[in-house]
Design a protein around this ligand. Structure first.
Ligand code: PMP
Length: 284
């Protein structure tokens, strides 16, 4: 495997950043994960737009023009011979003596790109079964709209899920409303067939997959309601599912040990998953 690190393609096993990198010292950086399908990146444009937004929000400059970044992403995919899988991109505020204040503005941001293959059949097997989730209090900071590498609450929540025999954890805010998953956006399907997901104005990352799934829903003539929903409403929902670049739409069949609907993946989540790649932008 090959990784791109600050201008060089190096063997993945030898790919390193400095101990004084601000990503390491302060989680002072942002990232993106983009699906690779048939050797092509999925929704690259939207992922790059969100990267630029995240960088602007924390005042890190784009380390190279977007066109050049596109070349690096493609080249990393190519060098790793990834047909189906994911490409990961991380940008930090660079290397500087540990001090909370921003470093000298001349300090170049650090950039790392990795790519790995993933067997689509494995994801399909998980989706066919449906996943179990748990709920945990949302103890994150307010700026979860920024795709920062500071993911400790998400790490702890997802590990708690795993310990409980589940795959994902849904964060719940102080009002009892579900915000999102540790690495996914959260959705339910109401008794009258409407899709419900939290508005992206607060409490969640605006998932690229979330946006695309809204377009898929429109194509399938399903109604989408962007509003908050409680754990109680989710437990009584007809279906539930999660979305992310790595999961597309994946049915949720159990929440905190209670079955959702008939305890099997629902038709709405399945239809959204089946149609996802017909709507997603696949750059060639
Ligand atoms: N919320 C969080 C907290 C995430 O980490 C992710 C995945 N990166 C998502 C939502 C889904 O975003 P996307 O659809 O862009 O992968």
């Amino acid at each position: 495997r090959i990784a791109y690190v600050n201008g060089l393609y190096v063997p993945h096993a030898e790919a390193v950043v400095h101990v004084e990198d601000r990503g390491y010292q302060f989680a002072d950086g942002v990232y993106e994960v983009c699906e690779v399908r048939g050797g092509h990146m999925v929704d690259e444009r939207r992922h790059m737009e969100r990267l630029v937004r995240s960088l602007n929000e924390i005042r890190i400059r784009l380390p190279m023009p977007l066109a050049a970044l596109g070349v690096v992403l493609r080249e990393t995919v190519r060098r790793n011979r990834v047909r189906n899988g994911f490409v990961y991109l991380q940008v930090t505020r660079g290397v500087a003596r540990r001090d909370h204040y921003f470093p000298d503005p001349e300090t170049p941001p650090s950039i790392v790109v990795t790519a790995r293959a993933a067997d689509p059949a494995k994801g399909e097997a998980v989706a066919a079964q449906g996943i179990a989730i748990i709920t945990v209090p949302d103890n994150r900071w307010e700026r979860v709209d920024i795709k920062t590498v500071g993911l400790l609450p998400n790490v702890l929540a997802k590990e708690a899920a795993r310990q409980a025999g589940a795959r994902e954890a849904w964060f719940v805010d102080r009002d009892g409303n579900v915000t999102e998953g540790g690495s996914t956006n959260a959705w339910i399907v109401t008794g009258d067939g409407k899709l419900v997901t939290r508005p992206a104005e607060s409490g969640i990352l605006r998932g690229i997959t979330r946006t695309v799934i809204m377009e898929v829903a429109e194509k399938l003539q399903l109604r989408v309601e962007e509003r908050a929903f409680t754990v109680k409403e989710a437990l009584g929902a007809r279906e539930a599912f999660v979305t992310s670049a790595t999961n597309f739409a994946t049915p949720v069949v159990r929440i905190d040990g209670q079955s959702i609907g008939d305890g099997k993946p629902g038709p709405v989540a399945r239809a959204l998953r089946e149609n996802f790649h017909k709507v997603a932008e696949i750059a060639r």
